[in-house]
Design a protein around this ligand. Structure first.
Ligand code: HEC
Ligand code: HEC
Length: 282
């Protein structure tokens, strides 16, 4: 009923001849046998196109799901450990580490659930990466990290893990509203040679198989994600870039205003799903 047809060009390019469908699994994600995560719940009422929301975890194969359920098996946790060392490392002209001011990483509990958010002082929408670089540059007098630098992505993982199991809860009203509206427009705009929008794949066709991939709702509650494909942690904006490129459109840069707005909108589609920190995906 919710499924709609792909445009013909896309059908051919994606190798789709009447897509096969496989529903998400209604399994429970309990990490380390103790923390139960919400991977499936009612969609927020401001999302018209979905009744229910699902974590990308529910669309992955049983083996991949099992890896995420145990920190000893989850290769992403090695990068979290790397970030812990960086958290304690003194760097920059001020002679400080993250720990000098923030103490234990557990002080970051809850931070990931509300990102991205409007920053009053900057007068702009900030992602977790912006907050980290603000501290590095203005409080440590250290160099900014690039958006997809290993240290940056690993640090976002360390911070995300502190919120594991807490529901995503980004604000979309007040000063965040124009960003959210811009993100929503991007989400529904068809782009590229294939004339596909995010919604064409992740709203109209989640559950379908495209090539060897089981299409999810493209949620970001699990980010940064460890991908079996490239054996490292991947940022939200890097994932957006890949998906836009797949529609054969010119894509935006990680950290661009466009991807900030899109991140807020996509995050809001997953309000209510647990922060997974760090998810395992294909
Ligand atoms: C000199 C002290 C200092 C250092 C060093 C420092 N920070 Fe901060 N950080 C702050 C202050 C102050 C704030 C703002 C707190 C507020 O206004 O809520 C902040 C805010 C943040 C926030 C946003 C938290 C939120 O609730 O919105 C993050 C994330 C963060 N810091 C990460 C880091 C990381 C990672 C490092 C190391 C790379 C670091 N900080 C180093 C002082 C510091
Ligand atoms: C041609 C279909 C297609 C389009 C269009 C598309 N994606 Fe994707 N996307 C995929 C596939 C395939 C995957 C990998 C399987 C999965 O998780 O759905 C994926 C994965 C993702 C993921 C990772 C989900 C997770 O749980 O790890 C996110 C986030 C995402 N897409 C966001 C977007 C956004 C935002 C757009 C629009 C800019 C978009 N996608 C457009 C096909 C598409």
């Amino acid at each position: 009923m919710r499924r709609k047809a792909f445009a013909t060009a896309a059908l051919v390019a994606l190798g789709l001849a009447g897509p096969l469908s496989a529903d998400p699994v209604d399994d429970k994600l309990i990490v380390n046998g103790e923390t139960e995560l919400v991977t499936h719940t009612k969609a927020p009422d401001y999302i018209d196109g979905l009744d229910e929301i699902w974590s990308g975890w529910a669309f992955r194969a049983a083996e991949t799901r099992a890896i995420e359920a145990d920190d000893f098996d989850n290769p992403g946790m090695i990068f979290v450990e790397d970030a812990e060392a960086v958290w304690n490392r003194v760097e920059g002209g001020a002679g400080k580490s993250c720990a000098s001011c923030h103490g234990d990483p557990s002080s970051m509990k809850g931070v990931r659930t509300v990102m991205p958010k409007y920053n009053e002082k900057a007068g702009d929408l900030w992602s977790l990466e912006d907050y980290i670089n603000d501290c590095r540059v203005n409080r440590m007098q250290a160099e900014a990290w690039g958006w997809n630098d290993k240290d940056m992505v690993n640090m976002t993982a360390l911070i995300s893990v502190q919120s594991r199991g807490m529901p995503m809860n980004v604000a979309i009203d007040g000063p965040a509203k124009p960003y959210w509206e811009k993100g929503r427009e991007m989400y529904y705009t068809r782009t590229g040679q294939l004339e596909l929008s995010c919604a064409n794949c992740h709203e109209d066709h989640y559950g379908d198989m495209i090539r060897a991939d089981h299409l999810s709702q493209g949620q970001i509650n699990g980010f940064p994600t460890y991908r079996l494909k490239n054996a490292k942690l991947n940022s939200i904006h890097a994932r957006f870039k890949g998906c836009v490129r797949d529609t054969r459109a010119a894509t935006y840069k990680p950290g661009s205003p466009e991807f900030h707005a899109l991140e807020l909108y996509v995050a809001s589609r997953g309000n209510g799903l647990s922060v997974e920190g760090v998810a395992v995906r294909n």
